[in-house]
Write a protein that binds this ligand. Structure first.
Ligand code: AHR
Length: 499
């Protein structure tokens, strides 16, 4: 196999926001996750120091919050100030104490050093409530909500630039779901009010790959939108928690770009691809496990929908296979950086997240190691790559069908601020090395940073680190040099980089 690229193949500069994360009020993501007042490992504000550091180490650029399905019956005003009001969260069917609200979220983002990105309630909420939230966050002193923020001890506006109208409002599982016809108008009206409070904000709205939904949304709301949000989880296991085997995972890697292509195609057809970018603001290979919750079926007990969620915390589920998929997806959004400007791994902490917390420590799962590799060693200018003699293998996908897949996935980057190249190479083969010839111009020493683990089932857990980043000196680059990729590995090779 040979890969070719040149400086004339630049796709563009990718947004740093491609490496964003998502946090929802679900199970132990917030409470008992990043926010754990009283825990010895937490700081004076109740945030877990170890989690904050782990997020800083992967340079998290942006965190979407507070949901997810949770947001569709969330009222932000109940969760600020001294008089917090708990409520029964109708999406996840648990009591929400509201001790973590907007002020705590902003404080958390400041500690991490990332942009806040707030998703509003377009389920049971009103457009006025959305614009009041913008007022609370962004107005200097005008209006009762800006004054309320000041009264709550925050004299300076929070300057929240990124806002989403709604979450998955097309889905019948979502509280206050909307019809195709309703959605475009609601978004336009919400956007109008929000932008009348602060015209500098950037707005996105819940969407998917459905043509009717998107055409109607864009017909009504395109003038107000900077983004369009899409979500995807490839392994559809929210009712079963029976993860796909490795062959099926490889099948998923064939489809990392499908939704992007469809939405980009529509944006192009409507002449909007320069104005509106894709926010892939929830993605993960595995769906979260929460069986029997989005139902009105008689006789489902609280135990049946609540207790199974603990199974998301089984660290052995997050293997080198998940890392392979994660790297392929990051390559995909890098390659599509002309249209994808933001993405959020769902979620950051606990559930299917890249960081797991327990009372006395954290586990950095295999997917965390991938984020570490990409955010620390890849460049920001993405190049197109051409292949010669790409090897393929035939796998059985999750639908039981045969599929041909490429054995390696590649992304080549340059750095806007220094010389050198960084090449991400994923060898999907389970047990064999893959040899790749690098047929392009570059110069200097080659250094590799990689993860592979013993097998595709390797995982990290408390007292067990099987998937760790290792380094190697590969030698001096020459055009046509062959690199041998370890079985089931993700490797970033830097060429001529001074670090
Ligand atoms: O399973 C988690 C949920 O997935 C998120 O809350 C929602 O946005 C998506 O459907």
């Amino acid at each position: 196999m040979k890969i070719y690229t040149s400086e004339y193949d630049r796709i563009g500069k990718r947004s740093p926001m491609l490496y964003g994360q998502f946090m929802e009020h679900f199970h132990r993501q917030i409470y008992g996750g990043i926010y754990d007042p009283g825990n010895e490992l937490s700081d004076e504000d109740g945030f877990r120091r170890d989690v904050l550091k782990a997020l800083r180490d992967i340079h998290v650029p942006i965190i979407r919050w507070p949901g997810g399905c949770f947001v569709s019956s969330y009222h932000w005003k109940d969760a600020v100030g001294k008089e917090r009001k708990s409520f029964f969260d109708k999406a996840w069917r648990v009591e929400e104490p509201n001790t973590f609200g907007t002020d705590e979220y902003i404080k958390m983002c400041r500690k991490i050093g990332c942009e806040p990105y707030i998703c509003t309630n377009a389920g049971t909420g009103t457009v006025e409530e959305m614009s009041d939230w913008v007022e609370y966050c962004n107005l200097q002193t005008e209006g009762r909500y800006a004054k309320w923020r000041i009264e709550n001890g925050h004299s300076q506006p929070y300057q929240v630039k990124y806002w989403s109208i709604g979450n998955e409002n097309y889905g019948n599982w979502e509280i206050g779901a909307k019809s195709v016809e309703e959605w475009g108008r609601i978004v336009a009206e919400a956007a109008k009010m929000m932008k009348h409070v602060d015209p500098t904000i950037e707005l996105t709205a819940a969407a998917l790959t459905d043509l009717d939904w998107n055409i109607n949304l864009l017909k009504h709301s395109a003038p107000y939108l900077n983004w369009i949000s899409i979500h995807q989880y490839w392994d559809r296991i929210h009712e079963t928690n029976t993860p796909a085997d490795y062959e099926a995972v490889l099948g998923f890697t064939n489809h990392t770009e499908d939704s992007i292509r469809r939405v980009k195609g529509l944006l192009m057809a409507m002449g909007l691809e320069k104005k509106i970018k894709i926010a892939f603001d929830e993605w993960n290979m595995k769906e979260w496990y929460h069986p029997k919750v989005h139902t009105i079926e008689q006789g489902v007990t609280r135990e049946e929908y609540l207790y199974p969620r603990d199974a998301n915390d089984n660290n052995s589920l997050y293997t080198m296979g998940d890392a392979i998929f994660t790297a392929c997806f990051l390559n995909a959004i890098n390659r599509n950086c002309d249209i994808v400007g933001m993405a959020a791994f769902a979620p950051a902490v606990n559930t299917r997240g890249c960081i797991f917390t327990c009372k006395d420590g954290i586990v950095l799962r295999s997917t965390y190691q991938v984020f570490y590799l990409y955010t620390n060693y890849m460049g920001d200018i993405v190049r197109d790559v051409k292949f010669q003699n790409m090897e393929t293998i035939c796998v059985t996908n999750s639908d039981g069908e045969k599929e041909e897949i490429d054995v390696v996935d590649v992304c080549v980057t340059e750095f806007s601020d220094r010389p050198g190249l960084a090449v991400a190479l994923v060898n999907k083969l389970e047990t064999e090395y893959a040899a790749v010839q690098l047929d392009f111009e570059a110069a200097g020493e080659m250094k590799g940073y990689y993860i592979c683990g013993e097998s595709v089932s390797s995982y990290n857990d408390i007292g067990r680190t099987q998937v760790v980043i290792q380094q190697e000196q590969i030698g001096t680059f020459r055009r046509g040099i062959e690199v041998r990729l370890r079985p089931h590995s993700v490797e970033i090779i830097q060429i001529g980089c001074r670090k």
